[in-house]
Design a protein around this ligand. Sequence first.
Ligand SMILES: Nc1ncnc2c1ncn2[C@@H]1O[C@H](COP(=O)(O)OP(=O)(O)OP(=O)(O)O)[C@@H](O)[C@H]1O
Ligand SMILES: [Mg+2]
Length: 278
Amino acid sequence: MSGSPAELPIVVLDALMPTAQRLVVNRRGSMVWEVEGNRGHYAVKLGYPIEATADWPGQPWTALAPAREGTVLHRLGFDDFAYGEWERGTWNFQPWHEGPDLYQLWEPCRGRESTVEPHTSVALGCVEALAELHSKGWAHGDVQPAHFIIGPERTHLIDLALARGGCVPESYDFPFRGCLVHYEAPEIARSVLATGEAEATQAADTYALGASLLISATGWRAVEYPDDAPRPVQREAVAAGRRRSVKVPGEMGELIDAMLSHSPEDRPTIYEVGKALS
Ligand SMILES: Nc1ncnc2c1ncn2[C@@H]1O[C@H](COP(=O)(O)OP(=O)(O)OP(=O)(O)O)[C@@H](O)[C@H]1O
Ligand SMILES: [Mg+2]
């Protein structure tokens, strides 16, 4: 692993005593490190503000995201994590989960000539991870293929920075402004277009999981819009429900279509999805 320890906040270094570390991503106001040390194997997240540019307004909330996630982990009853503040924003660390994400795992299914069918058991692992969160009364708000880590024992649903369902201290809170448009339910896209904000719901999570399974299994987005379309144009296509007629092969196809239903009332709950798959 590589990366200079000097780039991690002192409190994090003190807590984890790194012996090896690797910068995993640094984009859109967020850095994630994989750190191994005396205490164990952890993901360290550092948030910082996105500065304004000529064609993009500043986004100060990205600085708060790790601490917000920390408070959510606390509310959900996890114990092996910590969060706090550093010079540029907030940080957290939490256990590192080994394994490919959903998109990586299903890569062999996506080839043009591929005869590999996506495994129902993998989809069920993702469903169970989301159902666990829903059963506690929370919505994730940012369900996407990269957020499901398929481990040897179980599947982990990561990145709870946008989750809703319990109290979050005002100083670390910020409004929900939608997620990656590919996984955004029509009602979320519509609300973001109209007001700039939306309500993260369990029904929208179900849609997002349907869109995640579809893109991971087939390589196609649920909704049709040009790759380079500006975000509002993408959201308009989603809000209008311009569904692409692509189906996941096998028995999961119908179920994923139902998860992608235009109106939230027509979507199965995550428990119903689980029942249908098992
Ligand atoms: N606990 C973890 N275990 C393993 N990998 C992790 C963990 N947390 C984060 N990662 C890795 O870091 C990536 C980014 O993490 P995360 O999604 O939490 O941060 P983010 O700032 O919200 O990034 P994005 O904007 O891409 O969603 C993940 O896709 C995953 O590859
Ligand atoms: Mg993320």
